[in-house]
Design a protein around this ligand. Structure first.
Ligand code: AMP
Length: 403
């Protein structure tokens, strides 16, 4: 079954084309990223598997034109990987916010579309873009089934005491204000892969997954089900991130708004796009630059590095208490996959309970899944590269076949 996985942002379309023969048997045919839609310098970077990437510089005024360009590239004689559009059996979309409407993936229909639209209020930068992507696919591939997979779905198993905010209950009833979490497909994937690698029975396990990238979240998973996660009503809650502030005293919000004369939208922008690594360092939201700056003696960059491990350790420690123990800690996503010092520093905070890192295994774990704890460690620790697209492709295959 050939499945096109789409991750539509407000100005980008990321895609992967997978040939799914089964849950474990699949091959990646091509992947790519169309950036800067509606801007003067739009470009598509397309990588057919086993061949070099190509870059197409072409004006792309909207998502419909963008989706056509992606499809034409996939069937192109020169660098395509398909004979015709008819070869695509289904399309799976990543959707950031499904609130409490969705605890699993769903086939796109009118009702599903209206719920995704309703959830746009909670994810104004993402859900409207996802809807544009679904509409654009409907125009180019009108008879191909489309499936949606939600970043929030995996977290729907949280108990009310974990997802409720202690605000007046009517705001939960009237406006659905509660914690939803995010990165669910990643936490689900790496916990399953990690359990296999560590020889654990997922149905009888306590796992903490640390997805540390430009956006970061930590999740507690008991017996394969999410019991708590650090992101909340929106991805702003939790730990420090590239440009997000993470958890702060809520009274800071009206205080800064009054002092600076900011509107709600401006304050939202400040907390989501101008804070985090960027806010503290004043220079960059990228961990590679933060590391270079810290190595050159920049004190603010050093605070950022320390705060990242401090925040992760605080969350991991809390989740160990919530689950009364932990069997496996998994690190994933851009920062945690590529920075052995971070994995080492977080685990050093847990040495009191017998967590030990195998320094050699940790230093060399980069691209491939690896156990990085020492044989005598009381808790297994793993690095697992995330693969959200594969989860979306598997779910799409399952949902489409079951219909
Ligand atoms: P993600 O959002 O998962 O793509 O992660 C993006 C973050 O990962 C950025 O802060 C990058 O600096 C960091 N990152 C990606 N590759 C590397 C690398 N090779 N070394 C250090 N950090 C990296």
């Amino acid at each position: 079954m050939i499945i096109l996985v789409i991750n539509c942002g407000s100005s980008s379309i990321k895609y992967q084309l997978l040939d799914m023969k089964g849950d474990e048997e699949y091959s990646l045919l091509a992947k790519g990223n169309l950036e800067k839609i509606a801007l003067p310098d739009s470009k598509l970077t397309h990588k057919p598997s086993g061949r070099d990437s190509i870059v197409i510089n072409q004006s792309v005024p909207d998502h419909n034109v963008g989706m056509k360009l992606v499809m034409e590239t996939l069937v192109s004689k020169e660098y395509g990987v398909l004979k015709s559009f008819d070869d695509i059996d289904a399309v799976g979309h990543r959707i950031v916010q499904g609130a409490d409407f969705f605890s699993g993936s769903a086939l796109v229909d009118k009702d599903v579309l209206s719920k995704i639209e309703y959830c746009s209020d909670f994810a104004p930068l993402h859900n409207p873009a996802h809807l544009l992507g679904i509409k654009a696919v409907s125009e180019v591939l009108p008879s191909v089934p489309q499936c949606v997979t939600f970043d929030t779905a995996f977290h729907q198993t949280m108990e009310p005491y974990a997802y409720m905010y202690a605000l007046p209950y009517k705001y939960y009833e009237q406006y659905r204000v509660r914690r939803y979490g995010a990165h669910g497909t990643s936490h689900q994937y790496v916990s399953q892969r990690g359990a296999k690698l560590a020889g654990l029975d997922l149905a009888d396990s306590r796992i903490i997954t640390c997805h540390i990238g430009n956006g970061s979240s930590v999740t507690a998973i008991r017996n394969g089900k999410c019991v708590d996660t650090s992101m909340g009503f929106t991805p702003l809650e939790g730990m420090i991130m590239g440009t997000r502030c993470g958890i702060i005293d809520a009274n800071i919000v009206p205080y800064i708004m009054k002092k600076e004369g900011l509107s709600p939208d401006e304050m939202t922008d400040l907390m989501n796009k101008k804070s985090g690594f960027l806010g503290i360092s004043g220079k960059t939201s990228d961990m590679r630059d933060i590391c270079d700056l810290a190595a050159a003696g920049d004190e603010k960059a050093e605070i950022v590095k320390k705060k990242v491990t401090f925040d992760i350790a605080k969350l991991v420690g809390g989740y160990i208490a919530e689950m009364n123990g932990v069997d496996l800690i998994v690190f994933t996503a851009g920062i945690a996959e590529n920075n052995p010092w971070l994995r080492n520093d977080v685990c050093a905070q847990l040495s009191y309970m017998g967590v030990r890192i195998d320094q050699e295994a940790n230093a060399s774990a980069r691209r491939d899944e690896a156990i990085i704890s020492a044989p005598d460690s009381t808790v297994k620790v793993a690095m697992i590269p995330t693969n959200e697209e594969l989860v979306i492709a598997r779910d799409t295959m399952r949902v489409v076949l079951s219909k």
